[in-house]
Design a protein around this ligand. Structure first.
Ligand SMILES: [Zn+2]
Length: 312
C-alpha cells in the first residue's frame, strides 16, 4: 500500500492482461475510508484484500465502482462482504455490467455486432470461449446503490466522465481528481463503440476532457500508471491525440464503402492479434461515428452490414 499527500492510499492489484496492474484508492474521511475500485476478482482477491484492509486504522464505510470493466468491478462483491460497506455505481454502468457479465447471450450478441462491422470469423470465434473465461473473475455487486454526478460521497464530489465507459465516474475534492480510467498517462484510455453503448462515446469523451480542463484539478490519481501531476495538460494532450486520430480516420475514407474492420487497418496497423484487433475496431468505430456527426463521413447500413464513405 502506497501513501500520498492528503492521506490518499493506493493498492495495486496485478492483472493477467495488459497493462499488467490496476490501482484502487482509499480516501480518508471522518467516518472511515472510501474505497475506489476493487481490482479483478482473481481467486486470491479476498485474501489479498483482507491483508490490505488489516493495515488500515479504521473501517471502509463506502465503496465506489468507477466503471464496470473487469479490473475495476471484479472484486466488488468480495469487498462488500469483507467490509459490510455499501457499493455505489452509476445506474447505466450497473445496467451495462449486468448485460456484459450477467447475461448468457452477451458473447453471441457481441459476435453478431462485430460481424455487422465486417470482422471475419477467425477474429470473433474466440469471443464465445472468452465470455466464459472472464466470468469467474467478475463478482460485481448486483445490489449496488445508484450514485449520480454532483452527489457527495464522504466529502468528495461525484463527476461524470463518460467516454472510456459510458458510466465512468470520478471523484473530486480540493483539486484532487480520482480519475480512474478517464485520465491515464502515458497510456491513452481506450474509447470504443460497443453494442448497447451510448451512440457517440468519442464525443462524450472530448466533452468530458473539456470539463476536466475547466475543473482544473492539480493532481489526478489514475486507474493505471503513475500519479498525474498536471491533469489539465494531460487532458489537452488527449484532445489533441483524438483530433489527429480523427484526421487519420477521415483520410482513410473514400468513395468505396469500407467496414469499421477495414478502416481499423490504416488506423491501428495490420499486425494485431484477434483480441487487440477487436479493440481496434471498437476504437475505429467511435472515431467513424464522431466523423459522421461532424459531417466528415457517411454511414451506410444494408442487409445487416455497416460501412462508411467519405463525406463528399
Ligand atoms: Zn476500463
Amino acid at each position: 500500500m502506497d501513501e500520498f499527500a492528503g492521506g490518499v492510499r493506493r493498492v495495486t492489484t496485478p492483472l493477467p492482461m495488459r497493462p499488467g496492474h490496476v490501482h484502487s484508492y482509499l480516501l480518508p474521511g471522518d467516518d472511515g475510508w472510501t474505497l475506489v475500485d476493487t481490482g479483478i476478482g482473481a481467486p486470491d482477491a479476498r485474501e489479498r484484500w483482507a491483508a490490505e484492509l488489516a493495515e488500515l486504522d479504521g473501517p471502509v464505510t463506502a465503496i465506489l465502482v468507477t466503471h464496470f470493466h473487469p479490473d475495476h468491478v471484479g472484486a466488488a462483491a468480495d469487498l462488500a462482504e469483507l467490509t459490510g460497506a455499501p457499493v455505489y455505481q452509476d445506474e447505466l454502468d450497473l445496467q451495462q455490467c449486468r448485460l456484459v457479465w450477467g447475461s448468457d447471450d452477451w458473447p453471441e450478441r457481441l459476435t453478431d455486432w462485430f460481424q455487422r462491422h465486417g470482422v471475419p470469423g477467425d477474429v470473433t470465434d474466440e469471443l464465445i470461449g472468452q465470455g466464459t473465461y472472464y466470468r469467474p473473475f467478475i463478482r460485481y455487486q448486483d445490489t449496488a446503490a445508484p450514485i449520480r454526478p454532483g452527489d457527495d460521497l464522504r466529502g468528495w464530489t461525484v463527476v461524470a466522465a463518460p467516454g472510456h465507459a459510458d458510466g465512468q465516474l470520478c471523484l473530486l475534492r480540493d483539486g484532487v481528481l480520482v480519475a480512474a480510467d478517464h485520465l491515464l498517462d502515458p497510456i491513452t484510455p481506450t474509447v470504443g463503440l460497443w453494442p448497447e453503448s451510448r451512440p457517440d462515446p468519442l464525443g462524450d469523451y472530448l466533452t468530458a476532457l473539456q470539463q476536466t480542463i475547466e475543473l482544473a484539478p492539480t493532481r489526478a490519481f489514475p486507474g493505471h500508471g503513475e500519479l498525474i501531476e498536471n491533469p489539465v495538460a494531460r487532458a489537452h494532450a488527449l484532445i489533441a491525440h483524438h483530433a489527429e486520430r480523427l484526421d487519420v480516420t477521415e483520410a482513410a475514407l473514400g468513395e468505396q464503402p469500407q467496414s469499421g474492420y477495414a478502416v481499423s487497418f490504416p488506423l491501428s496497423g495490420a499486425d494485431l492479434k484477434p483480441g487487440a484487433r477487436r479493440f481496434a475496431v471498437a476504437e475505429t468505430l467511435s472515431h467513424l461515428e464522431r466523423l459522421v456527426l461532424e459531417g466528415r463521413a457517411r454511414r451506410h447500413e444494408d442487409s445487416g452490414s455497416v460501412s462508411y464513405t467519405a463525406a463528399q
